[in-house]
Design a binder for this molecule. Structure first.
Ligand SMILES: C[S@@+](CC[C@H](N)C(=O)[O-])C[C@H]1O[C@@H](n2cnc3c(N)ncnc32)[C@H](O)[C@@H]1O
Length: 400
């Protein structure tokens, strides 16, 4: 999820008219937060209804420290939403919260309170632009992505990044059928945890592998007998997957004015970034929920990777943009819902796949409901649920 960052800016969408070189802009969403009587009321409700003492304590403590500031208004908005996301997340699920340095440290504490310190996995640093000219300070050119899991067992598909060219130069041997290899250490000297003490082909050492494995490696012609009388193991380049992906990501460029994938939606993130997160933490047919989906980068990535998805955004422009985006890339029919996710209530109006009309209002705290269909809305559980007749369409949702 990629919520507003508390950046104190308003964001415009740019519509370009290619034929005429003209550009029109429309304001899409505001990322300015103010403390006012509504927020004060939401704060009281969030403290009262959070059902999580740590979150209540966090909000009260932050209010002590920060007072009625913009950051506090922002945290008051985020707390009930993160609680809901924790509730609907599967036991083996993961959550990625994209934020910047304005609020990441506060959000980290809030996430610790909701998901638990033990379930914090990484802070990913994404280099979002090559350089930033910030007067009289170091250029601020990274975002952060906080990665938590719901529990101690989670879906994980290890991803790899290509080797550094300098490292590749180490594969300088070539065997008879042209395969490149380098040699790796086979001795266990200096390793904690001991090793296997024996002699092999007249060479005595403390080895990393037991004798049976050593014999197998020899039979497969994977041992390299060095001039100095040592034994090393052959490591083939074509068998190496690469370096396990680390948490500093500087290989995914931002969506800039020249990018092919650019839609014109402000704050649009690169598909490669979302694909990486989705690939690491889910499998085909799993459900991806993005509650601040913007122009649907996560949705497009999920669709391409054959995941089910739910996208929520407060603006209709976002949803219209996603529909157009998906119509270009997918032939599946889309069903839209609309939901008002105010600070203290959610109203859902929409159409299920079987054409049933949804028309519900969920009162304190905001509730996201997943249906028996596995994909989307519908359960009538939750405190303060009230069926309503009036139609108020504020937050649109797409699902597929
Ligand atoms: C940073 S943008 C997300 C950009 C997105 N990752 C993309 O690649 O297009 C944040 C989005 O959150 C939406 N938003 C703001 N407040 C919201 C709320 N209360 N509920 C749902 N969406 C909200 C905004 O309309 C905006 O599209």
């Amino acid at each position: 999820m990629d919520p507003p960052f508390n950046s104190n800016r308003n964001y415009n969408q740019i519509f370009s008219d290619k034929g005429r070189q003209s550009q029109a802009q429309i304001m899409v969403f505001e990322d300015t937060w103010n403390w006012n009587s509504d927020v004060e009321r939401s704060f009281v409700e969030a403290v009262k209804y959070s059902k999580n003492d740590k979150v209540s304590s966090f909000l009260i403590a932050m209010r002590e420290i920060l007072g009625g500031t913009t950051v506090m208004a922002y945290l008051t908005m985020m707390a009930p939403r993160l609680l809901e996301l924790h509730r609907v997340l599967k036991p083996t699920g993961s959550i990625y919260l994209h934020c910047d340095t304005n609020s990441s440290h506060y959000l980290k504490l809030l996430m610790d309170a909701i998901f638990g310190i033990r379930n914090f996995r990484n802070e990913i640093i994404w280099k979002r632009t090559s350089a930033h000219n910030d007067p009289k300070r170091f250029g601020s050119n990274v975002d952060r992505i906080l990665f938590y899991t719901k529990g101690q067992k989670w879906i994980w598909n290890q991803l790899y990044q290509p080797y550094d060219p300098k490292y590749l130069k180490r594969f300088r041997h070539r065997d008879s059928n042209g395969r490149l290899w380098t040699d790796g250490n086979l001795t266990a000297k200096g390793l904690s945890g001991g090793g296997y003490d024996y002699e092999y082909r007249g060479i005595h050492s403390l080895w990393r592998v037991p004798l049976a494995t050593m014999k197998n490696l020899d039979a497969e012609d994977r041992l390299h007998f060095t001039k100095n009388g040592g034994i090393r193991v052959k490591q083939y380049l074509d068998e190496s997957k690469g370096v396990p992906l680390q948490c500093v990501w500087d290989d995914i460029p931002p969506v800039n004015s020249q990018s092919k994938e650019r839609i014109g939606y402000p704050t649009q993130k690169p598909v490669a970034l979302l694909e990486r997160l989705i690939l690491a933490s889910s499998n085909e047919n799993d459900v991806i929920l993005d509650p601040f989906c913007g122009c649907g980068t996560s949705i497009a990535a999920a669709e391409r990777l054959k995941r089910h998805w739910i996208g929520i955004d407060v603006t209709h422009i976002a949803i219209t943009t996603i529909k157009e985006r998906l119509h270009r890339t997918s032939d599946r029919s889309l069903v839209a819902c609309h939901m008002c996710m105010g600070l203290n209530r959610i109203r859902v109006i929409g159409v299920e796949r079987d054409r049933r009309i949804l028309d519900y209002e969920f009162l304190h705290p905001p509730t996201i409901c997943l249906s028996q269909h596995g994909v989307m809305w519908g359960t009538t559980k939750g405190p303060g649920l009230k069926k309503i007749k009036a139609v108020s369409v504020l937050t649109p949702i797409l699902f597929g």
